[in-house]
Design a protein around this ligand. Structure first.
Ligand code: 4AD
Ligand code: MG
Length: 463
């Protein structure tokens, strides 16, 4: 027996008594000793389909085994529903229990488990309405990202996950090594001898694909990466993961304004895509968790983002009269509390901040004429804070070498990056969108651990 259809298709079909074979997991099994009503979900959509099984035709013992969480196969016919709440239902002619789920032990018995509890059973989360919705939306957004770039003439480049460079400086890194951790080979100076390691040098998991994406943009023009990135910071917040997915477009001939325009258009496209293609799942999440979710999504699509400079942001924060945990002063980085004040209280809309002090941003960002600020841009979103970080890149070889030296980065590690400025350099820009932060915003989830199937955070790598 193999399914001939799925619940999503069936709910859209005209019920004309046609034969169907369906498989899925039982959500509920109600009724009496003559007739049982099974709600069966197969993950194809938010809704379950009602299966009507009369104990005259179907073995009562089998029906008893079709408890919440069990997996069943049904052969029957699709008929107009007799009851309320659904247009169609399956009248079962044959039932098979493919996998029992002992009601004494199966953990997902009742509705309304806490998100914390569900995280502990992340291997079973996909069977819940909530995580079905979240993971379908995550899928739809992944698809939309590729569609957006493909339709706009971008080339998808696969940047390495194992890297020998630590120049990006975006965060602490996870080492990749095959050396014996208990007894690594040592150099006479007392340091580990990485020349004996797999790659003959020290290597790590990448924090970003940007530097390699820049190389590709210098030949292909418009490129993007979409892959996993890794940061070994001990940030135990609802917005940080040690392993997260990032989308990084890199565009030759774009300045910071073109970059801001693209970021805004891209984000609006993705939110609109979700509204148009994931309506049932968004409706469900809005009802269950956040009554303002749909309004917030529509607002982002329909309104321009505000654009301000870092210096203006600091002035607004200083004049706000708010007590912040982290002090506000020109030169200090903006903290999540500052970002959220700007977005949620002051402007009440998404905000793009540019012109950050060079001291708090990466070496590759293009220096402004003032010599103090760089053409950085962060896009700040309600409930999220920073969702995108990016910049125009420094394309001038001598200025870039100066910045590399200032930041204490050995030039010999960066020869390939500097080469792009040596030959055929051009103005270019790019940004990184944190995929899980986007999924958080669109699903309304408050914790980033709930928008990725198997989150990796400090002291947590189960499953
Ligand atoms: O601002 P970040 O560190 O920028 C970069 O990595 C640049 N190389 C991007 C570029 O210009 N190509 O990170 C970009 C985005 C952040 O705005 C945030 O949304 C997300 O990645 N992000 C994280 N998401 C989850 N967990 C973490 N630990 C994250 N760190 C950054
Ligand atoms: Mg950033």
């Amino acid at each position: 027996m193999k399914p001939t259809t799925n619940v999503k298709q069936l709910l859209k079909s005209k019920a004309e008594g046609q034969p169907v074979t369906l498989m899925g997991w039982v959500r509920t099994n109600r009724g009496n000793k003559h007739v049982r009503f099974l709600a069966v979900n197969d993950g194809s959509c938010q809704a379950s389909i009602q299966v009507v099984a009369e104990t005259q035709g179907i073995d009562a013992e089998l029906l008893k085994r079709a408890t919440t969480g069990s997996c069943v196969g049904i052969q029957g016919v699709l008929v107009p529903s007799q009851g309320q709440g659904q247009a169609v239902e399956i009248k079962a002619q044959e039932l098979r229990v493919l996998g029992d789920a002992d009601p004494e032990e199966y953990p997902l018995q009742k509705k309304g488990h806490s998100m914390e509890f569900l995280r502990e059973i992340a291997h079973l989360r996909p069977r819940t309405n909530t995580f079905g919705a979240i993971f379908r939306i995550r899928h739809a957004l992944s698809f939309a990202i590729h569609k957006y770039f493909n339709d706009n003439g971008f080339c998808y480049v696969h940047t390495p996950i194992i890297t020998g460079s630590d120049a990006e400086g975006a965060g602490a890194m996870f080492r990749v090594s095959t050396l014996d951790a208990a007894k690594p080979p040592m150099r006479p100076d007392g340091h580990v001898d990485f020349s004996q390691d797999f790659f003959g040098k020290e290597t790590n998991l990448t924090v970003s694909g940007q530097l390699e994406a820049e190389l590709a943009a210098m030949g292909l023009g418009l490129v993007y990466t979409f892959g996993p990135t890794f940061r070994a910071e001990n940030s135990n917040t609802p917005r940080h993961l040690a392993e997260f997915w990032m989308i990084e477009p890199e565009m030759a001939f774009y300045d910071i304004h073109d970059n801001m325009d693209l970021a805004e258009d891209f984000l609006k496209y993705l939110v609109l895509y979700a509204l148009e293609n994931c309506a049932d799942d968004l409706e469900f999440l809005g009802q269950m968790y956040d009554k303002e979710l749909l309004d917030r999504l529509h607002f982002v699509v329909e309104n321009p983002f505000r654009r301000i400079t870092y210096t203006e942001a600091v002035e607004i924060l200083l004049a706000s009269g708010q007590k912040f945990e982290y002090p506000v002063a020109w030169g200090n980085d903006l903290q999540a509390e500052h970002e959220r004040y700007l977005v949620e209280k002051h402007f009440q809309c998404p905000v793009t901040v540019t012109g950050y002090p060079k001291g708090i941003k990466a070496f590759y960002m293009k220096l402004n004429e003032d010599g103090r600020t760089v053409r950085a841009m962060d896009v700040l979103f309600p409930k999220i804070g920073e969702i995108i970080g990016g910049s125009q890149r420094e394309e001038d070889l001598e200025t870039l070498r100066g910045r590399v030296a200032e930041m204490g980065i050995p030039e010999k590690d960066m020869w390939w990056y500097l080469d792009t400025r040596r030959w055929g350099t051009c103005p270019h820009s790019g940004f990184g969108l944190g995929f899980e932060r986007l999924v958080m915003f669109i699903t309304g989830m408050a914790n980033i651990r709930d928008v990725i199937p198997f989150p990796r955070t400090p002291k947590n790598a189960e499953f």
